[in-house]
Design a protein around this ligand. Structure first.
Ligand SMILES: Cc1cc2nc3c(=O)[nH]c(=O)nc-3n(C[C@H](O)[C@H](O)[C@H](O)COP(=O)(O)OP(=O)(O)OC[C@H]3O[C@@H](n4cnc5c(N)ncnc54)[C@H](O)[C@@H]3O)c2cc1C
Length: 371
């Protein structure tokens, strides 16, 4: 390693630590103005703006910086980078920028619990003894896409196999064969978008009919779209290529018969799971587990007389941005944008006691427990 030390079978945390990246908190550093959960594009943008504007900030990331974007070999639709840039480079630049402004980072550590403690939040972080406190918390915890778990296709992730919409890959499909897996609206929209460029788009749906998971207008449009073939009651069971995806194997679920299909791009859209399971029940989520914010949390359950701020969750002082937010756009630029603008709401919350403490609503069904 850098200092000549040899690590035998090291953990991720040991490797990161050996590179001089912080995996533990400095002595006495236990209380922050803002604690950001997740160092994907949204969390990194918040880290840059919060620390550059004088907020004492801690960013906790359970894996590595960059989040999903860090897994993208070439982001083609980020403003100002006409030739694209790698997600890892974007993340590294964001990390350095935030660090220069004085943000603290804790990598390979996961936030596991949060509770209100008087005028602060108290958070548990794995492998950190005791609790860390913060006056505001920003959830930028993102999502994971459900994986195919087919080893030969996992090996081609980023080399023709893409999780999520990856719409910026659509142009690269010009004149080529694209396969989309998924029966929801996002899969339908991706198939239509790809059909504008690709020579042929095959939509593979497990359910026996499109109507089981897709809006009527979308399935009607797909059924008449030129160049789009739909196979319902089917699934992808294998695939491969030399260094890049070249084909997939589609199985008909009823007959069990397999067909090999040419494929230059495979877009897997079989569900996104937001990282919100660890949050307490008071934090309102939609049916998919995504966090409700702003106007969506008003009404019963919101404990204060003032209205929630635009990115504030149902727990006053707890904010959410990026892919983890209900209704988010799921792009690098929107995550960066939300992570940047939420900082002005954090300032507002911290500076204005009326916003911070607010008057409890007489009629609130359940006020937030304060210990
Ligand atoms: C392969 C791939 C390619 C893509 N390509 C493009 C593209 O070209 N253009 C584009 O615009 N978009 C692209 N996207 C989408 C884009 O990457 C996401 O919209 C964006 O990364 C969302 O940012 P985020 O910060 O909200 O969440 P994420 O990127 O998901 O980051 C969330 C982070 O939070 C961490 N975390 C979660 N829970 C905890 C916890 N409890 N404690 C600590 N840390 C936690 C996670 O480990 C993760 O690092 C791509 C996505 C993928 C998967």
């Amino acid at each position: 390693m850098l200092d000549g030390q040899v690590l035998v079978d090291p953990t991720d945390a040991q490797i990161v630590h050996a590179w001089g990246i912080p995996t533990s908190l400095a002595e006495g550093e236990r209380d922050f103005d803002v604690l950001v959960v997740g160092a994907g594009p949204a969390g990194l943008a918040a880290a840059v703006y919060a620390s550059s504007e004088g907020l004492k900030s801690l960013i906790v990331e359970r894996e590595s910086i960059g989040g999903q974007a860090g897994a993208s070999s070439l982001i083609r639709n980020y403003l100002g980078f006409s030739r694209g840039l790698s997600g890892a480079e974007l993340a590294q630049r964001g990390y350095q920028q935030a660090w220069v402004f004085g943000a603290s980072f804790l990598l390979t550590r996961q936030v596991t619990a949060i509770r209100r403690d008087a005028d602060r939040f108290a958070l548990s972080i794995d492998d950190v003894v005791g609790e860390v406190t913060a006056r505001t918390v920003l959830l930028a915890a993102g999502v994971s896409y459900r994986r195919l778990n087919i080893p030969e296709l996992e090996a081609l992730s980023g080399a023709g196999v893409f999780y999520g919409a990856s719409v910026s890959e659509a142009q690269a499909m010009t004149g080529r064969c694209a396969v989309v897996i998924g029966g929801g609206n996002s899969a339908g929209q991706a198939a239509l978008h790809l059909a504008r460029y690709a020579q042929r788009v095959l939509l593979v749906v497990r359910a026996p009919a499109l109507s089981q998971g897709m809006s009527d207008y979308l399935s009607t449009e797909l059924e008449s779209a030129p160049g789009v073939e739909i196979r319902t009651g089917a699934e992808i069971v294998a695939g491969g290529g030399t260094g890049r995806l070249e084909h997939v194997v589609v199985r008909d679920r009823a007959s069990g018969s397999n067909t090999t299909v040419d494929a230059d791009g495979l877009f897997v859209m079989i569900g996104a799971q937001p990282h919100t399971q660890w949050l307490p029940d008071e934090v309102r989520r939609d049916s998919g587990g995504f966090l409700a914010v702003g106007a969506d949390v008003g009404g019963e359950g919101w404990p204060l007389e003032r209205a929630p701020l635009p990115y504030e969750t149902s727990l006053p002082g707890l904010f959410a941005v990026g892919d983890v937010r209900s209704g988010s756009v799921k792009r690098v630029a929107s995550a960066v944008g939300e992570g940047s603008v939420v900082v002005s709401q954090l300032h507002g919350y911290l500076q204005d006691p009326a916003q911070r403490d607010g008057k409890p609503r007489e009629s609130a069904a359940g006020t937030v427990p304060r210990t």
